[in-house]
Design a protein around this ligand. Structure first.
Ligand code: GAL
Length: 820
């Protein structure tokens, strides 16, 4: 009953907020009270069918994330050419070992307020995984196969006036259709847009800023409309709602209207100050207001220059980027704005300035957040074209759907200032053969046709070949995935005048795990299925971070990098592809729970030029059961320090281990890390004192050998969240000794209880081999930590999270949920 009232209320709110402004558009978000079943049901689109036994769910929804993990799900016996494999092997956790394969049906009853003749109604999906078939009131409306695509249908003719309508959606995920966990279900938002039949075409408006100076910006608006003899009145408002320019036009060219509007003294969108503007556009026929839309945009210039790369607002800007998969770790693929914002906040603190949406269309929420937070976006489209990587991948749809999918990507997102480049694909096998070269040109032309302002790239792994066959010369920006040894030659051969590291540094590590001896390895594996956090282990085709740093620092024509990856993701547990229970990646700079690994500080020390970084590794707690450190006393135990300072002195229990200074004279690691290779382990205190360039001590840090687990420390990323039923607070739980030192090897089983104005959502410890489920309120700590996610309800009040574990005092943290 409560749910029904809430739905009616939110429906009313949507309607009221629009009718108050007297605007002729209503947008309904279809969020709550969906019915769902995780199997195929004959005639499930039929309104007569009863759904009493179906589950009630909210959208965004991921039907597979609650597991359980199962090694047989989508186990793929394949030889992966990209991974340089010579024979087929059984990959167990490749797609996350979560039950995403199969059919899911969703049904939702909705009413269209004030629906009458002369209205136009659209049903929009930001993404549905996958192969969506859609019915309204039992009649088939259409289908859209690609799980990452944005799509919509005109459902006007299928609706009933003043009555309830039934939306039914059938989705199906086949085995062998992905290289990572794709999620399952309606995992992005669904909306119904009700407007007059005289209206702005959906995604038909393109706002650009072709001329920008300190005194004046030219805002160019091109919009497609349905209807004749109309007048367009536009008001440009700044972020405070002040009207800064207006324009009225009646001239139409076919179905298009164009306006050029001068904005005096524009506030520029930049990484430091992501200023935004709003274009409120009203469409009149005679004196009647027929449609209204408000589009947010930014005033900024984006150019690419030979030998320099991206020039943003006149300033050369290297990409300090990371690749991100779309899953949100324990939340699965279901989009959540707070979860996305947390990721971007962590990355921004690292000094990261760009995201590559690997290897598909980003969620609209992520693009909006990048606009708001001043982060650049490389929006990608496909992992496959016509030639398969996986049997049932996008290759099945490419010929029929690629043009439509690219058009939808560009049209839906081209007004976002954060997007500064498109990607037509990632390591597509079509890099081989003449057909692939033609496809490359064809796709890039579609991007250019839909958006003349941004360049197009492709992440290439077959670089030696694409230098020969013309493929690499086609794209505006040649993107190289790894293959540092070919950068020089590619720069020489390719005509564009620069190289982008579209994917770099597939380094693997497990948070808080250290292995000995400390050496550089390729594809190193251990019995516990973890990788060492000394950050010296990479994939066969890849390298450790420092090797990219050298190219980024020494060559202006290397225009930036996108590290694989910012966060660990579900699936692709390289180097443990065949090792059950490995089920999520080891590539992340942060783990699956979002906790920074040591590597975070290596990137931060270079990328974040405003704040101090001084980080010591390893932890100093021996013996460490996991790493087999039982007898390490007196053993060589290298100490690394990741810092923005160039030199530092290390002390073990007060004894100096000497001063280390970054240098170009030795290995690439010596240029970026301070390393004391010969330190002998003895329990106690590890202390580092950093020096400025004049040799003055300016900062210090200590790591202590911790005693036994004693109590818990709870820290929330946000202690006040919105009481909207969606917002999240992430609470890091650390097992500490009696003095508050992190117990870095603790694996206590912890239990969670949430009361008050919130609920327990998920928990994650970042262990890629854990089979504990995220939605259950108990989990082991991993390397002394885990992260509990708490979600608000729709009522304001206090949320209380209690955490306990055997032998540990129960700890409590309070979060405030407020109506904002
Ligand atoms: C790349 C690929 C990514 C990921 C990565 C792992 O070749 O583009 O999707 O598989 O390797 O190192």
């Amino acid at each position: 009953m409560k749910k029904i009232i809430l739905t009616i209320l939110s429906l009313l709110i949507a309607t009221i907020s629009f009718s108050q402004n007297n605007t002729p558009r209503t947008i309904l978000s279809l969020e709550d009270n969906w019915k769902f079943i995780n199997r195929d049901v004959e005639g499930a689109e039929n309104p007569e069918l009863t759904t009493a036994n179906w589950e009630i769910v909210s959208v965004p929804h991921d039907w597979a994330i609650k597991g359980p993990f199962d090694k047989t799900i989508d186990a793929q016996k394949v030889r992966v050419e990209q991974d340089l494999e010579e024979e087929a092997r059984l990959r167990t956790g490749r797609t996350g070992a979560l039950p995403h394969i199969g059919v899911g049906w969703y049904r939702k009853i909705f009413e269209v307020p004030e629906f009458e003749k002369g209205k136009k109604v659209l049903l929009t999906f930001d993404g549905a995984m996958s192969d969506a078939h859609v019915w309204i009131n039992g009649e088939k409306v259409g289908n859209h196969p690609y799980g990452y695509a944005y799509f919509y249908f005109d459902i006007t003719d299928y609706l009933k006036e003043d009555e309830e309508n039934l939306l039914a959606v059938r989705l199906e995920n086949l085995p062998f259709s992905s290289r990572w966990y794709p999620g399952a279900g309606i995992y992005r938002k669904v909306q119904v847009i009700v407007k007059d039949e005289v209206n702005f075409k959906h995604w038909g408006t393109f706002i650009t800023t072709p001329f920008v100076s300190e005194e004046m910006a030219q805002v160019n608006i091109k919009t497609e409309v349905n209807g004749e003899n109309v007048k367009l009145v536009t008001e440009i408002k700044d972020a405070d709602g002040n009207i800064v320019a207006t324009c009225s036009s009646e001239k139409m060219f076919g179905n298009k209207i164009e306006q050029n509007i001068g904005v005096p003294n524009p506030k520029i969108w930049s990484l430091e100050e992501p200023n935004l503007y709003f274009a409120t556009m009203k469409l009149y026929q005679g004196n009647e207001l027929k449609d209204e839309q408000t589009i947010r945009f930014g005033i900024r210039t984006v150019e690419y220059e030979r030998g320099k790369g991206l020039v943003l607002n006149g300033k050369v800007t290297k990409f300090k980027g990371v690749c991100l998969h779309h899953d949100l770790g324990p939340l699965g693929a279901a989009v959540n704005r707070a979860a996305l914002k947390r990721q971007l906040t962590i990355l921004k603190d690292m000094g990261c300035n760009a995201i590559r949406s690997a290897h598909n269309m980003p969620s609209i929420e992520q693009v909006e957040l990048c606009d708001e937070m001043g982060i650049l976006m490389l929006a990608e489209s496909f992992d496959e074209w016509a030639k398969p990587k996986v049997k049932n991948g996008y290759n099945r749809w490419f010929d029929e759907w690629a043009e439509k999918d690219v058009m939808n990507l560009v049209r839906a997102t081209r007004n976002h200032p954060s997007i500064v480049m498109w990607s037509a694909g990632n390591e597509v096998p079509d890099q081989w053969g003449n057909e692939g070269v033609k496809r490359a040109k064809w796709l890039q032309d579609i991007f250019h046709r839909e958006d003349h302002t941004r360049p197009v790239t492709v992440g290439m792994d077959q670089v030696a070949n694409t230098m020969k066959n013309g493929f690499g010369a086609i794209f505006d920006i040649p993107g190289l995935n790894y293959r540092l040894h070919l950068y020089d030659e590619a720069y020489d051969v390719f005509p564009q005048g620069f190289i982008l590291g579209s994917e770099t540094a597939s380094t693997v590590s497990s948070r808080g795990i250290y292995k000995f001896p400390v050496e550089k390895y390729k594809h190193k594996t251990y019995d516990d299925f973890q990788s060492s956090s000394y950050d010296l282990e990479a994939c066969r085709w890849s390298n450790v971070p420092d090797e990219d740093f050298v190219w980024q620092d020494d060559y202006d024509w290397v225009i930036g990098e996108f590290v694989w990856t910012g966060f660990d993701y579900l699936g692709e547990p390289t180097p443990y592809n065949e090792a059950w229970p490995a089920r999520s990646s080891y590539f992340g700079i942060c783990d699956l729970a979002g906790l920074p690994k040591d590597r975070f500080y290596l990137y931060r020390s270079r990328w974040n030029t405003d704040d101090e970084t001084l980080h010591i590794l390893p932890h100093w707690n021996l013996p460490d059961r996991q790493a087999g450190w039982e007898n390490r006393k007196g053993e060589i135990t290298p100490v690394f320090v990741y810092t923005n300072y160039n030199s530092a002195e290390l002390f073990v229990n007060g004894k100096s281990q000497g001063i280390q200074t970054k240098t170009k004279e030795k290995t690439k690691q010596h240029r970026y890390r301070l390393m004391w290779i010969d330190v002998k382990y003895e329990p106690g205190t590890l202390k580092v004192v950093a020096f400025d360039d004049d040799g003055n001590p300016v900062a210090e840090k200590e790591v202590h050998t911790a005693g036994k687990p004693h109590h818990l420390k709870l820290e929330a990323d946000r202690s006040e969240i919105e009481a909207d039923g969606k917002d999240l607070s992430y609470i890091t739980v650390s097992v500490v000794d009696k003095d508050g030192n992190l117990c870095p090897t603790a694996d206590n089983q912890l239990n969670f209880d949430v009361s008050g104005a919130g609920k327990f959502k998920v928990v994650c410890n970042g262990d890629a081999t854990s089979l504990e489920m995220f939605h259950k309120p108990t989990m082991k700590a991993f390397s002394g930590k885990l992260v509990v996610t708490v979600q608000s309800l729709e009522e304001a009040g206090e949320i209380e999270l209690k955490v306990n574990g055997k032998g540990l005092k129960t700890e409590t943290i309070k979060i405030q949920a407020t109506k904002m």
